[in-house]
Write a new protein. Structure first.
Length: 345
């Protein structure tokens, strides 16, 4: 079930803006901001072995419909690679910006997502989660996350928004392709530094990927395998990100909150064992991740009870629920946001 702690609001007895400093002292004292390079080296080694096994299976299977199973495995592997790129973008792996960027660019290249474009976009999200006009993650043409957003939709987007709760998961099939295209668009608009490097990182792996598909497989099989790989990768990515903020409070234009309240109130944790951590790349500890984006992924689980206890003691609502209920909450929120369009039809 969903758990949200609601205690009395902060009183004037506590200096404003000091709660986050107190929490940070507790986090640092527990060593939760310390780097975990061994964990990341092991995780990257496992991912490399998984990719190598998929490549061997791809060659051995040849022109066979069994390659659809390879595409499923590749979708999982690609998303796990994207999680490493995400952590590198937040400087979780190394202290050096350069070393993190090397890992990030490599993993972005392997997944087909422009690392530089994504980091800029994702940093804007972290600075203003669920904030109208400032969070790019709630500015999506085909979806509305509030009734006010729904009222602005026009043309085919209006019909999609009207039925967005039912279309949400099917729409995720396009997520990986949208991320790829967005990086290319940013490159063409000259929004990225070192455009030749960015073009090389985006297009050379893509050319190698398409060449392998159409050399080993017949055209029909190649198209099906590519569609399965990209579609399932999009669903996996979307299902990892959606529970984190969708359905949580929207911060209206002009509303201002301190860092602690802004990050905790707009985020939702997904409960579960370590298998959930592995499945969702640690993003299930979204509250802790948003409070401390540079905290290494394996430390988030240890930080969770510290942050939850702190929020309970200081009267800050803290939301957590199961994976199943998180998706149910997301769909209910989307259904409600699109309600004015259904009523007007």
């Amino acid at each position: 079930m969903t758990t949200t702690h609601n205690a009395p609001a902060k009183t004037s007895e506590r200096p404003p803006g000091s709660d986050f400093s107190r929490l940070t002292k507790e986090i640092k004292a527990a060593g939760l901001l310390d780097r975990r390079r061994g964990y990341y080296f092991l995780r990257m080694a496992v991912n490399a072995l998984m990719l190598a096994a998929i490549a061997v299976a791809f060659v051995l299977l040849g022109d066979s419909w069994w390659q659809v199973a390879t595409a499923v495995a590749l979708a999982v592997a690609s998303t796990q690679l994207a999680f490493i790129g995400h952590d590198a973008g937040h400087r979780q792996i190394f202290r050096s910006h350069r070393n993190n960027d090397v890992v990030g660019h490599l993993h972005g290249s392997l997944t087909g997502i422009s690392y530089q474009w994504w980091v800029a976009k994702h940093n804007r999200h972290h600075a203003n989660p669920n904030h109208e006009d400032e969070d790019p993650d709630i500015e999506i043409h085909a979806l509305a996350f509030s009734r006010a957003q729904a009222a602005t939709k026009r043309g085919p987007y209006r019909w999609i928004t009207r039925h967005q709760a039912f279309l949400f998961f099917p729409l995720l099939l396009a997520e990986a392709a949208v991320l790829r295209i967005s990086g290319v668009v940013a490159l063409c608009r000259k929004e990225l530094r070192n455009p030749w490097r960015e073009a090389t990182l985006q297009f050379l792996p893509l050319i190698a990927y398409l060449t392998a598909m159409f050399v080993v497989l017949s055209p029909l099989k190649a198209i099906v395998v590519i569609a399965v790989h990209q579609g399932l990768m999009g669903v996996y990515l979307g299902c990892s990100f959606a529970p984190n903020h969708k359905g949580m409070p929207i911060i209206s234009q002009g509303q201002r909150l301190d860092h602690l309240h802004k990050q905790v109130l707009t985020s939702r944790n997904v409960t579960g064992g370590r298998w959930v951590d592995a499945l969702l790349g640690g993003l299930n500890h979204q509250i802790e991740h948003h409070l401390y984006p540079h905290m290494p992924r394996p430390n988030l689980r240890r930080a969770q009870p510290v942050v939850e206890d702190f929020c309970r003691r200081h009267g800050i609502p803290y939301s957590k629920t199961t994976m199943y209920r998180s998706y149910a909450e997301v769909l209910r929120h989307l259904h409600d946001a699109g309600a004015p369009l259904r009523q007007a039809s």
